[in-house]
Design a protein around this ligand. Structure first.
Ligand SMILES: Cc1cc2nc3c(=O)[nH]c(=O)nc-3n(C[C@H](O)[C@H](O)[C@H](O)COP(=O)(O)OP(=O)(O)OC[C@H]3O[C@@H](n4cnc5c(N)ncnc54)[C@H](O)[C@@H]3O)c2cc1C
Length: 374
Protein backbone atom coordinates (compact mmCIF):
# COMPACT_ATOMS: atom_id res chain seq x y z
CA UNK A 1 0.00 0.00 0.00
CA UNK A 2 1.47 3.38 -1.03
CA UNK A 3 2.34 5.71 1.85
CA UNK A 4 2.55 9.53 1.58
CA UNK A 5 3.43 12.42 3.87
CA UNK A 6 0.45 14.42 2.61
CA UNK A 7 -2.66 13.09 0.92
CA UNK A 8 -4.76 15.98 -0.40
CA UNK A 9 -8.43 15.44 -1.17
CA UNK A 10 -9.53 17.58 -4.14
CA UNK A 11 -7.59 18.80 -7.18
CA UNK A 12 -9.25 22.19 -7.64
CA UNK A 13 -7.18 25.34 -7.22
CA UNK A 14 -6.87 24.79 -3.46
CA UNK A 15 -5.61 21.20 -3.65
CA UNK A 16 -3.34 21.82 -6.67
CA UNK A 17 -1.65 24.89 -5.17
CA UNK A 18 -1.25 23.29 -1.74
CA UNK A 19 0.11 20.13 -3.38
CA UNK A 20 2.71 22.14 -5.28
CA UNK A 21 3.94 23.87 -2.12
CA UNK A 22 3.87 20.75 0.08
CA UNK A 23 5.71 18.67 -2.53
CA UNK A 24 8.79 20.71 -1.59
CA UNK A 25 8.53 19.15 1.90
CA UNK A 26 7.40 15.57 1.43
CA UNK A 27 5.69 12.92 -0.67
CA UNK A 28 2.34 14.27 -1.91
CA UNK A 29 -0.65 12.53 -3.48
CA UNK A 30 -3.71 14.48 -4.65
CA UNK A 31 -6.92 12.46 -4.98
CA UNK A 32 -9.68 13.81 -7.24
CA UNK A 33 -13.12 12.24 -7.63
CA UNK A 34 -13.69 13.55 -11.17
CA UNK A 35 -11.78 12.45 -14.26
CA UNK A 36 -10.48 15.99 -14.77
CA UNK A 37 -9.10 18.33 -12.10
CA UNK A 38 -10.79 21.73 -11.94
CA UNK A 39 -14.18 20.39 -13.05
CA UNK A 40 -16.10 22.00 -10.17
CA UNK A 41 -15.77 25.55 -8.78
CA UNK A 42 -12.24 26.20 -10.07
CA UNK A 43 -13.34 25.80 -13.69
CA UNK A 44 -16.34 28.11 -13.25
CA UNK A 45 -14.92 31.32 -11.76
CA UNK A 46 -15.05 34.92 -12.98
CA UNK A 47 -11.22 35.10 -12.91
CA UNK A 48 -11.05 38.42 -11.10
CA UNK A 49 -8.00 39.43 -9.08
CA UNK A 50 -8.76 42.46 -6.92
CA UNK A 51 -6.99 43.41 -3.72
CA UNK A 52 -10.08 45.49 -2.91
CA UNK A 53 -12.45 42.47 -2.97
CA UNK A 54 -13.30 40.48 0.19
CA UNK A 55 -12.71 41.04 3.91
CA UNK A 56 -9.41 42.13 5.46
CA UNK A 57 -7.93 38.61 5.74
CA UNK A 58 -8.98 37.75 2.18
CA UNK A 59 -7.43 40.98 0.91
CA UNK A 60 -4.19 40.27 2.79
CA UNK A 61 -4.01 36.73 1.38
CA UNK A 62 -4.64 38.14 -2.10
CA UNK A 63 -1.86 40.69 -1.79
CA UNK A 64 0.37 38.01 -0.25
CA UNK A 65 0.21 36.04 -3.50
CA UNK A 66 0.78 38.95 -5.86
CA UNK A 67 4.54 38.40 -6.07
CA UNK A 68 3.98 34.80 -7.20
CA UNK A 69 1.37 35.87 -9.75
CA UNK A 70 3.60 38.55 -11.26
CA UNK A 71 6.85 36.62 -11.11
CA UNK A 72 6.20 32.86 -10.94
CA UNK A 73 9.11 30.41 -10.89
CA UNK A 74 10.84 29.83 -14.26
CA UNK A 75 8.84 27.49 -16.49
CA UNK A 76 5.68 27.69 -14.33
CA UNK A 77 3.53 29.34 -17.01
CA UNK A 78 3.90 30.10 -20.71
CA UNK A 79 1.91 33.37 -20.46
CA UNK A 80 1.45 36.08 -17.81
CA UNK A 81 -0.89 34.88 -15.05
CA UNK A 82 -2.41 38.35 -14.57
CA UNK A 83 -3.50 40.81 -17.24
CA UNK A 84 -4.43 44.47 -16.65
CA UNK A 85 -8.16 45.11 -16.33
CA UNK A 86 -9.15 47.43 -13.43
CA UNK A 87 -12.37 47.23 -11.48
CA UNK A 88 -15.00 49.91 -10.91
CA UNK A 89 -17.55 49.65 -8.11
CA UNK A 90 -20.61 51.68 -9.14
CA UNK A 91 -23.60 53.04 -7.25
CA UNK A 92 -26.92 54.81 -7.69
CA UNK A 93 -27.60 57.90 -5.52
CA UNK A 94 -28.96 55.66 -2.72
CA UNK A 95 -25.76 53.54 -2.77
CA UNK A 96 -23.35 56.39 -2.04
CA UNK A 97 -23.03 55.20 1.58
CA UNK A 98 -21.88 51.74 0.44
CA UNK A 99 -19.21 53.29 -1.79
CA UNK A 100 -18.09 55.62 1.03
CA UNK A 101 -17.63 52.60 3.31
CA UNK A 102 -15.75 50.68 0.61
CA UNK A 103 -13.38 53.58 -0.04
CA UNK A 104 -12.79 54.10 3.67
CA UNK A 105 -11.82 50.43 4.02
CA UNK A 106 -9.54 50.11 1.00
CA UNK A 107 -8.12 53.61 0.38
CA UNK A 108 -5.12 52.80 2.58
CA UNK A 109 -4.12 49.81 0.42
CA UNK A 110 -2.76 51.90 -2.46
CA UNK A 111 -2.72 55.58 -3.41
CA UNK A 112 -4.27 54.96 -6.85
CA UNK A 113 -7.59 53.64 -5.47
CA UNK A 114 -9.91 56.58 -5.94
CA UNK A 115 -13.34 57.97 -6.73
CA UNK A 116 -14.10 58.00 -10.43
CA UNK A 117 -16.17 60.84 -11.83
CA UNK A 118 -19.33 59.82 -13.68
CA UNK A 119 -18.10 61.48 -16.89
CA UNK A 120 -14.81 59.57 -16.71
CA UNK A 121 -16.69 56.31 -16.07
CA UNK A 122 -19.04 56.90 -19.01
CA UNK A 123 -16.05 57.66 -21.16
CA UNK A 124 -14.54 54.25 -20.32
CA UNK A 125 -17.79 52.24 -20.37
CA UNK A 126 -20.18 54.13 -22.66
CA UNK A 127 -23.29 52.02 -22.08
CA UNK A 128 -24.79 53.23 -18.78
CA UNK A 129 -28.33 54.54 -18.83
CA UNK A 130 -28.24 58.31 -18.35
CA UNK A 131 -28.61 59.19 -14.67
CA UNK A 132 -28.16 55.61 -13.38
CA UNK A 133 -24.66 55.91 -11.92
CA UNK A 134 -24.19 58.58 -9.27
CA UNK A 135 -20.82 57.56 -7.90
CA UNK A 136 -17.97 55.12 -8.56
CA UNK A 137 -14.74 53.84 -7.01
CA UNK A 138 -11.86 52.67 -9.21
CA UNK A 139 -9.16 50.14 -8.37
CA UNK A 140 -6.99 50.41 -11.49
CA UNK A 141 -4.71 47.53 -10.43
CA UNK A 142 -7.38 44.80 -10.47
CA UNK A 143 -6.56 42.17 -13.06
CA UNK A 144 -7.84 39.20 -15.05
CA UNK A 145 -6.44 35.86 -13.92
CA UNK A 146 -5.37 33.11 -16.32
CA UNK A 147 -7.09 30.52 -14.09
CA UNK A 148 -6.29 27.57 -16.35
CA UNK A 149 -2.64 28.66 -16.63
CA UNK A 150 -2.31 28.95 -12.85
CA UNK A 151 -4.03 25.62 -12.14
CA UNK A 152 -2.04 23.73 -14.78
CA UNK A 153 1.18 25.41 -13.63
CA UNK A 154 0.60 24.11 -10.11
CA UNK A 155 -0.18 20.58 -11.32
CA UNK A 156 2.89 20.51 -13.60
CA UNK A 157 5.03 21.85 -10.77
CA UNK A 158 3.62 19.21 -8.41
CA UNK A 159 4.73 16.46 -10.78
CA UNK A 160 8.16 18.06 -11.33
CA UNK A 161 8.62 17.96 -7.54
CA UNK A 162 7.76 14.25 -7.43
CA UNK A 163 4.12 14.66 -6.36
CA UNK A 164 1.27 12.64 -7.85
CA UNK A 165 -2.29 13.32 -8.97
CA UNK A 166 -4.83 10.53 -9.22
CA UNK A 167 -8.16 11.31 -10.90
CA UNK A 168 -11.30 9.19 -10.81
CA UNK A 169 -10.34 8.44 -7.21
CA UNK A 170 -13.25 9.45 -5.01
CA UNK A 171 -12.41 9.23 -1.29
CA UNK A 172 -15.02 7.00 0.38
CA UNK A 173 -13.60 6.11 3.78
CA UNK A 174 -11.11 7.54 6.28
CA UNK A 175 -9.73 5.88 9.39
CA UNK A 176 -6.56 5.86 11.46
CA UNK A 177 -4.27 2.92 12.12
CA UNK A 178 -0.88 2.96 13.82
CA UNK A 179 -0.65 6.75 13.54
CA UNK A 180 -1.42 6.86 9.82
CA UNK A 181 -4.54 7.79 7.89
CA UNK A 182 -6.01 4.93 5.85
CA UNK A 183 -7.61 6.54 2.79
CA UNK A 184 -10.11 4.33 1.03
CA UNK A 185 -10.86 5.42 -2.55
CA UNK A 186 -12.51 4.20 -5.70
CA UNK A 187 -8.96 3.67 -7.01
CA UNK A 188 -7.55 1.78 -4.03
CA UNK A 189 -6.22 2.28 -0.52
CA UNK A 190 -3.53 4.82 0.45
CA UNK A 191 -1.80 5.77 3.67
CA UNK A 192 -1.02 9.30 4.80
CA UNK A 193 0.79 10.93 7.65
CA UNK A 194 -1.30 14.10 7.15
CA UNK A 195 -4.64 14.46 5.40
CA UNK A 196 -5.41 17.80 3.69
CA UNK A 197 -9.10 18.46 3.12
CA UNK A 198 -9.34 20.60 -0.05
CA UNK A 199 -12.66 19.12 -1.17
CA UNK A 200 -14.36 22.46 -1.94
CA UNK A 201 -18.13 22.27 -1.40
CA UNK A 202 -17.69 18.73 -0.02
CA UNK A 203 -15.25 19.72 2.76
CA UNK A 204 -17.69 19.15 5.64
CA UNK A 205 -18.60 15.75 4.17
CA UNK A 206 -14.91 14.77 4.13
CA UNK A 207 -14.66 16.08 7.69
CA UNK A 208 -17.55 13.80 8.70
CA UNK A 209 -15.76 10.77 7.18
CA UNK A 210 -12.77 11.63 9.36
CA UNK A 211 -14.87 12.19 12.50
CA UNK A 212 -14.43 15.98 12.79
CA UNK A 213 -17.06 18.46 13.91
CA UNK A 214 -18.45 20.46 10.96
CA UNK A 215 -17.08 23.92 10.23
CA UNK A 216 -20.56 25.01 9.07
CA UNK A 217 -19.63 25.26 5.40
CA UNK A 218 -22.45 26.50 3.15
CA UNK A 219 -22.03 26.03 -0.62
CA UNK A 220 -23.85 28.84 -2.47
CA UNK A 221 -24.79 28.78 -6.13
CA UNK A 222 -23.51 31.60 -8.32
CA UNK A 223 -24.67 31.96 -11.90
CA UNK A 224 -22.87 33.46 -14.88
CA UNK A 225 -23.61 34.10 -18.54
CA UNK A 226 -21.60 35.18 -21.56
CA UNK A 227 -23.10 37.23 -24.38
CA UNK A 228 -21.84 38.98 -27.48
CA UNK A 229 -21.59 42.81 -27.24
CA UNK A 230 -23.45 44.89 -29.85
CA UNK A 231 -21.54 45.21 -33.13
CA UNK A 232 -19.06 48.09 -33.23
CA UNK A 233 -18.75 48.43 -29.44
CA UNK A 234 -15.10 48.15 -28.41
CA UNK A 235 -15.14 46.51 -25.00
CA UNK A 236 -11.51 45.36 -24.92
CA UNK A 237 -10.36 47.97 -22.40
CA UNK A 238 -13.44 48.15 -20.20
CA UNK A 239 -12.79 47.51 -16.53
CA UNK A 240 -14.80 44.94 -14.59
CA UNK A 241 -17.92 46.65 -13.22
CA UNK A 242 -19.38 45.62 -9.85
CA UNK A 243 -22.54 46.97 -8.22
CA UNK A 244 -21.79 48.65 -4.85
CA UNK A 245 -24.08 46.13 -3.08
CA UNK A 246 -22.90 43.25 -5.30
CA UNK A 247 -26.26 42.75 -7.01
CA UNK A 248 -24.56 42.18 -10.39
CA UNK A 249 -21.23 42.44 -12.15
CA UNK A 250 -20.01 42.34 -15.72
CA UNK A 251 -16.67 42.36 -17.53
CA UNK A 252 -15.11 41.73 -20.92
CA UNK A 253 -14.19 38.09 -21.41
CA UNK A 254 -12.40 36.96 -24.58
CA UNK A 255 -14.26 39.43 -26.83
CA UNK A 256 -17.62 38.79 -25.16
CA UNK A 257 -19.24 40.05 -21.97
CA UNK A 258 -19.45 37.87 -18.90
CA UNK A 259 -22.08 38.85 -16.34
CA UNK A 260 -23.53 37.52 -13.09
CA UNK A 261 -26.50 38.37 -10.85
CA UNK A 262 -24.12 37.69 -7.92
CA UNK A 263 -26.64 35.17 -6.55
CA UNK A 264 -25.84 33.26 -3.36
CA UNK A 265 -28.39 30.44 -3.09
CA UNK A 266 -27.48 27.82 -0.44
CA UNK A 267 -27.22 24.32 -1.97
CA UNK A 268 -25.98 20.87 -1.01
CA UNK A 269 -22.67 20.01 -2.71
CA UNK A 270 -23.36 18.87 -6.29
CA UNK A 271 -22.58 19.44 -9.96
CA UNK A 272 -24.60 22.64 -9.91
CA UNK A 273 -26.35 23.98 -12.99
CA UNK A 274 -27.76 27.46 -13.72
CA UNK A 275 -31.45 28.21 -13.08
CA UNK A 276 -33.49 30.14 -15.67
CA UNK A 277 -34.89 32.39 -12.93
CA UNK A 278 -31.42 33.63 -11.90
CA UNK A 279 -30.61 34.39 -15.53
CA UNK A 280 -33.91 36.28 -15.92
CA UNK A 281 -33.10 38.29 -12.77
CA UNK A 282 -29.67 39.16 -14.17
CA UNK A 283 -31.07 40.27 -17.53
CA UNK A 284 -33.68 42.39 -15.74
CA UNK A 285 -31.05 44.02 -13.48
CA UNK A 286 -28.67 44.72 -16.36
CA UNK A 287 -31.39 46.21 -18.54
CA UNK A 288 -32.04 48.81 -15.81
CA UNK A 289 -28.33 49.75 -15.74
CA UNK A 290 -27.07 49.64 -19.33
CA UNK A 291 -28.43 50.46 -22.75
CA UNK A 292 -26.72 47.57 -24.58
CA UNK A 293 -29.17 44.80 -25.47
CA UNK A 294 -28.50 41.20 -24.41
CA UNK A 295 -29.43 39.68 -27.73
CA UNK A 296 -28.27 36.10 -27.36
CA UNK A 297 -26.80 34.33 -24.36
CA UNK A 298 -24.02 32.17 -25.78
CA UNK A 299 -22.92 30.39 -22.64
CA UNK A 300 -24.38 29.94 -19.17
CA UNK A 301 -23.03 28.20 -16.11
CA UNK A 302 -23.12 28.07 -12.32
CA UNK A 303 -20.67 27.12 -9.61
CA UNK A 304 -20.65 26.71 -5.85
CA UNK A 305 -18.87 29.30 -3.71
CA UNK A 306 -18.52 27.78 -0.25
CA UNK A 307 -18.44 29.98 2.84
CA UNK A 308 -18.26 29.63 6.61
CA UNK A 309 -20.03 32.16 8.84
CA UNK A 310 -17.32 34.88 8.81
CA UNK A 311 -16.55 34.48 5.08
CA UNK A 312 -12.86 33.87 5.86
CA UNK A 313 -11.06 30.74 4.60
CA UNK A 314 -10.48 27.84 7.01
CA UNK A 315 -6.81 26.86 7.06
CA UNK A 316 -5.20 24.78 9.78
CA UNK A 317 -5.14 21.52 11.72
CA UNK A 318 -8.37 20.31 13.27
CA UNK A 319 -8.13 20.88 17.02
CA UNK A 320 -9.52 17.43 17.86
CA UNK A 321 -8.83 15.00 15.04
CA UNK A 322 -5.10 14.41 14.72
CA UNK A 323 -3.22 15.23 11.49
CA UNK A 324 -6.37 16.43 9.72
CA UNK A 325 -5.71 19.75 7.96
CA UNK A 326 -8.56 21.99 6.74
CA UNK A 327 -8.25 23.98 3.50
CA UNK A 328 -11.80 25.13 2.80
CA UNK A 329 -14.23 28.05 2.74
CA UNK A 330 -12.44 30.16 0.10
CA UNK A 331 -15.86 31.43 -1.01
CA UNK A 332 -15.62 33.79 -3.98
CA UNK A 333 -11.90 34.43 -3.57
CA UNK A 334 -10.21 31.04 -3.93
CA UNK A 335 -8.41 31.88 -7.17
CA UNK A 336 -7.07 35.30 -6.30
CA UNK A 337 -5.91 34.09 -2.87
CA UNK A 338 -4.49 30.72 -4.04
CA UNK A 339 -0.76 31.60 -4.20
CA UNK A 340 -0.90 33.37 -0.82
CA UNK A 341 -2.96 30.61 0.81
CA UNK A 342 -0.74 27.84 -0.60
CA UNK A 343 2.33 29.36 1.05
CA UNK A 344 0.37 29.65 4.31
CA UNK A 345 -0.66 25.98 4.02
CA UNK A 346 2.95 24.98 3.47
CA UNK A 347 3.97 26.75 6.71
CA UNK A 348 1.05 25.68 8.91
CA UNK A 349 0.88 22.07 7.67
CA UNK A 350 4.62 21.79 8.46
CA UNK A 351 3.89 23.32 11.90
CA UNK A 352 5.83 26.49 11.16
CA UNK A 353 4.71 30.07 11.88
CA UNK A 354 2.80 32.24 9.40
CA UNK A 355 5.35 33.44 6.76
CA UNK A 356 6.62 36.85 7.84
CA UNK A 357 5.41 38.72 4.73
CA UNK A 358 1.87 37.38 5.27
CA UNK A 359 2.05 38.22 8.99
CA UNK A 360 3.14 41.77 8.07
CA UNK A 361 0.02 42.05 5.91
CA UNK A 362 -2.10 41.10 8.95
CA UNK A 363 -2.68 37.35 8.39
CA UNK A 364 -2.88 35.48 11.70
CA UNK A 365 -3.21 31.77 12.43
CA UNK A 366 -6.20 32.52 14.69
CA UNK A 367 -8.14 34.33 11.94
CA UNK A 368 -8.08 31.29 9.64
CA UNK A 369 -8.03 28.48 12.22
CA UNK A 370 -10.94 25.98 12.29
CA UNK A 371 -11.01 26.39 16.08
CA UNK A 372 -12.53 29.89 15.70
CA UNK A 373 -15.71 28.32 14.31
CA UNK A 374 -16.51 25.93 17.16
C1 LIG B 1 -19.39 32.04 -10.73
C2 LIG B 1 -18.15 32.09 -9.85
C3 LIG B 1 -17.31 33.19 -9.92
C4 LIG B 1 -16.14 33.22 -9.16
N1 LIG B 1 -15.30 34.27 -9.34
C5 LIG B 1 -14.12 34.30 -8.68
C6 LIG B 1 -13.19 35.35 -8.92
O1 LIG B 1 -13.44 36.24 -9.74
N2 LIG B 1 -12.01 35.35 -8.23
C7 LIG B 1 -11.71 34.36 -7.31
O2 LIG B 1 -10.64 34.41 -6.70
N3 LIG B 1 -12.59 33.35 -7.07
C8 LIG B 1 -13.78 33.30 -7.72
N4 LIG B 1 -14.66 32.29 -7.49
C9 LIG B 1 -14.37 31.34 -6.41
C10 LIG B 1 -13.33 30.30 -6.78
O3 LIG B 1 -13.66 29.74 -8.03
C11 LIG B 1 -13.27 29.24 -5.66
O4 LIG B 1 -13.01 29.85 -4.41
C12 LIG B 1 -12.20 28.19 -5.91
O5 LIG B 1 -12.29 27.67 -7.21
C13 LIG B 1 -12.32 27.06 -4.89
O6 LIG B 1 -11.37 26.07 -5.22
P1 LIG B 1 -11.40 24.67 -4.51
O7 LIG B 1 -10.21 23.92 -4.97
O8 LIG B 1 -11.56 24.87 -3.03
O9 LIG B 1 -12.76 24.00 -4.97
P2 LIG B 1 -13.07 23.06 -6.26
O10 LIG B 1 -12.51 23.65 -7.49
O11 LIG B 1 -14.53 22.77 -6.24
O12 LIG B 1 -12.25 21.73 -5.95
C14 LIG B 1 -12.65 20.81 -4.96
C15 LIG B 1 -12.41 19.45 -5.56
O13 LIG B 1 -12.61 18.44 -4.57
C16 LIG B 1 -13.08 17.29 -5.24
N5 LIG B 1 -13.70 16.36 -4.28
C17 LIG B 1 -14.78 16.59 -3.51
N6 LIG B 1 -15.08 15.48 -2.79
C18 LIG B 1 -14.14 14.55 -3.09
C19 LIG B 1 -13.90 13.20 -2.68
N7 LIG B 1 -14.70 12.58 -1.79
N8 LIG B 1 -12.84 12.55 -3.21
C20 LIG B 1 -12.01 13.14 -4.12
N9 LIG B 1 -12.22 14.42 -4.56
C21 LIG B 1 -13.25 15.11 -4.05
C22 LIG B 1 -14.09 17.86 -6.23
O14 LIG B 1 -14.37 16.98 -7.28
C23 LIG B 1 -13.40 19.14 -6.69
O15 LIG B 1 -12.67 18.96 -7.89
C24 LIG B 1 -15.83 32.19 -8.24
C25 LIG B 1 -16.69 31.08 -8.16
C26 LIG B 1 -17.83 31.03 -8.96
C27 LIG B 1 -18.72 29.83 -8.87
Amino acid sequence: MAEFDFVIIGAGMAGASAGYELAAHGRVLILEQEDQPGYHTTGRSAALYAETYGNATVRALTTGGKGFYLDPPAGFAAHPLLLPRGVVFIGRPDQRGALDRLLEEVAGLRSNIRRLGVAELENRVPVFRPGYVADAVLDPDAMDIDVHGLHQGYLRGLKARGGQLLTDAQVRGLSRQAGLWQVETKAGLFQARVLVNAAGAWADEIGALAGTKPIGLVPKRRTAIQFRPPAGLDIAHWPSVIDADEQFYFRPDAGKIMASPADETPMPPCDVQPEELDIAILVDRLEKVVTMPILRIEHRWAGLRSFVADKTPVIGYDEQVQDFFWLAGQGGYGIQTAPGIARLVRALACRQPVPSDLADLGVTEAAVSPARLR
